[in-house]
Design a protein around this ligand. Structure first.
Ligand code: PRP
Ligand code: ZN
Length: 298
């Protein structure tokens, strides 16, 4: 019997595209692109990637057209509120947060206007592509305002006289700045996440999904992890160990012909900064080497 194939929806072009494809590649997937460039056929795993508009991803997964999707929490939250308002209870499952696509959904106010907290939104027209999230925010703060839905170029709305302010995604803040807007309150902190269809998947698919998730876990962990090796005076071992960020049980190895010094090898599960190395040296460590970790399986 043929192995059923998993379909994964990924943003076609945008802030998540490269990171999403890189993550799948790091999980071992190699693929060839279809002629229309919209499907990547997995060659060594029973998985295909569909490249679609990010706003379409929750719907595709909800309707079981795709088994999995990689999409921003901002898009997910809007879709969730939308489905709930339609009385849909069995929603797609958010199964894992990822470590890319960080941004905020914030209010953007014209630079010559004051903003003093949610009360300032009273009676204002707010342009956004996230009407349900913004509507819920207004409700939660008990301020009456009008939400004007835009599907793109939201930042132009105030200048076009269509709104008094906007609520849109901000990452570097360059877009707001270019349109003479400043960032006020944040409505939602977002990053990429993986979602799964709410429907049952067959055991063959489920096994591959679990395998993929385990590999993703490994990839995320590895990105933060470093292998560190150093020499330390025996009498400074306690201090040196405390300086190693996020390391569990370091390996202590005797040095040939040296009673006063040992070698310490450890996996650090957090980033190691120059400051840490300087502190280690201060504590008496020498011959310090920091090495990236290639793969990890807990
Ligand atoms: C968002 C948002 C802004 C821009 C902000 O769009 O609508 O245009 O990013 O980023 P910045 O603060 O770094 O300038 P995005 O590229 O996510 O496209 P989409 O919302 O249309 O999917
Ligand atoms: Zn979009």
């Amino acid at each position: 019997m043929e192995q059923p194939r998993i379909k994964i929806a990924v943003q076609k072009s945008g802030r998540l595209t490269d990171h999403s494809m890189e993550l799948l590649t790091r999980c071992g997937l190699s693929y060839s692109r279809g002629r229309d460039q919209l499907i990547c056929y997995g060659e060594n795993m029973p998985m295909d990637v569909l490249l679609v508009r990010d706003d379409d991803i929750p719907g595709l997964v909800q309707e079981d057209v795709c088994d999995l999707g990689i999409v921003g929490m901002n898009v997910l939250e809007e879709a969730r509120l939308d489905l709930q308002s339609q009385g849909v209870n069995n929603l797609f499952n958010q199964i894992r947060l990822l470590d890319f696509g960080h941004c905020r959904l914030s209010f953007g106010v014209p630079v010559d206007e004051a903003y003093e907290g949610p009360q300032s939104l009273t009676g204002k027209r707010i342009a956004t592509s996230y009407p349900r999230i913004v509507g819920k925010y207004l409700e939660r703060h008990g301020v009456p305002g009008t939400v004007v839905t835009f599907s793109g170029a939201v930042e132009l709305a105030p200048r076009l006289g269509k709104a008094d302010l906007i609520c849109d995604l901000v990452s570097t803040g360059a877009t707001l700045k270019a349109h003479s807007l400043y960032e006020a309150d944040t409505v939602l902190e977002s990053r990429a996440a993986i979602i799964q269809t709410p429907l049952d998947v067959c055991p063959e698919k489920e096994a591959w999904i679990q395998r993929l998730l385990q590999r993703i876990g490994g990839v995320l962990q590895v990105r933060e992890s470093k292998y560190i090796m150093l020499h330390a005076p025996r009498n400074a071992l306690g201090e040196v160990r405390e300086l190693l960020p996020g390391s569990e049980a370091p390996t202590i190895i005797p040095l040939e012909g040296r009673d006063d010094k040992v070698a310490v090898h450890a996996v650090c599960r957090e980033n190691i900064f120059w400051e840490t190395l300087e502190d280690l040296k201060e504590a008496g460590a020498s011959a310090i080497l920091v090495i990236p970790v290639e793969k990890m399986l807990a």
